[in-house]
Design a protein around this ligand. Structure first.
Ligand SMILES: [Zn+2]
Length: 314
């Protein structure tokens, strides 16, 4: 197989994790450096997510269609974020599936992510909206394989989907959990993420392909659960003490979570956890628009916490 698109380092790879089920991994899994997935059966292919930039998506397309594989007829977006969706338009043969809220959010957010990271060479990125949306689980038959699209959350966002291939024991989790990378829930929910981790356990998957970081097993869920509980407890104490999320983050000992990439995400996660701690109504609608408005301030707080600018290698 020859891959001719411009060199991206570290080099992404496509690995078959089970018969006909592939993980497309983009190291090192940091900000906007996301994974994708591929299911191929009886000459039909389904892609899970695209990539942030034009160059990364063109390389993804070359890998996906190498070795005589067909262009994907189905493309599932696990959620609305641009690092998983900005390359949608480079798979024009595919019908795009996503949670109904994901479509709304993609439409509302547009290419806003490109403004958060002006140093990235985005290339030709576009908002190509899903053609099929759902609010309840949907099964797509890809050749001989059933592929279940299951809405979960609010967790990482208000529009998360996990993609389950029951005959292969493989679960594509999107960003609800990430492997070796700090969770990121300011536009989703901490409590909802904890519930989502429980739901993910019930699939009984042997292989987890997460939205960022290496392929793993159910231990990824354990790490996520411990982290989320820790954030929730910190927020409970912080609210009781009258502290701010940034104060709590700076005083907190990361302990084992220091090994997770992007530890500065503790700040936005605490913002979300503080809001949930103060809210009396469980399951109250999240004020996503207000949170999005606050994100500029929260990004600045992450820089303060980290003591240097955030870096995005997309
Ligand atoms: Zn995301």
């Amino acid at each position: 197989m020859t891959i001719s698109a411009e060199k991206i380092l570290p080099e992404p790879s496509l690995t078959e994790v089970a018969d006909g089920v592939f993980a497309y991994l983009q190291p090192d899994g940091g900000w906007c450096v996301s994974n994708a997935g591929l299911v191929v059966s009886d000459g039909v292919a389904a892609l899970v997510d695209t990539a942030a930039t034009e160059a990364r998506t063109r390389l993804l397309r070359e890998h996906v269609t190498a070795d005589g594989r067909p262009a994907p007829a189905v493309l599932v977006n696990t959620h609305s974020h641009g690092d998983h969706t900005f390359g949608n338009h480079l798979f024009p043969e595919a019908t795009i599936f996503a949670h109904a809220h994901a479509r709304n959010e993609m439409d509302r957010a547009g290419l806003h992510l490109t403004e958060l990271w002006p140093g990235v060479v985005w290339g030709d990125v576009r908002v190509a909206l899903p053609q099929v949306t759902y609010r309840d689980p949907v099964t797509v038959h890809v050749g001989g394989l059933a592929v279940e699209l299951v809405p979960v959350g609010p967790a990482h966002t208000t529009n998360d989907t996990v993609v389950w291939v029951p005959e292969r024991g493989v679960l594509f989790t999107g960003d609800i959990v990430m492997s070796g990378v700090t969770p990121f829930c300011p536009l989703g929910s901490i409590a909802g993420s904890l519930r989502a981790v429980d739901e993910l356990r019930r699939f009984g998957a042997t292989t987890l392909v997460t939205g960022h970081g290496p392929v793993g097993g159910p231990e990824i869920l354990d790490v996520a659960e411990r982290y989320l509980r820790w954030v929730r407890d910190l927020a409970r104490e912080g609210v009781a003490a009258g502290s701010t999320p940034l104060e709590v983050a700076r005083a907190a000992d990361l302990g084992p979570f220091a090994e997770l990439k992007e530890p500065e995400r503790l700040v936005p996660n605490l913002h979300r956890a503080f809001a949930e701690e103060r809210s009396t109504a469980l399951g109250e609608e999240l004020d996503i628009v207000a949170m999005a408005r606050e994100m500029g301030v929260i990004f600045q707080e992450m820089v303060t916490y980290k003591g240097e600018p955030l870096s995005c290698c997309a």
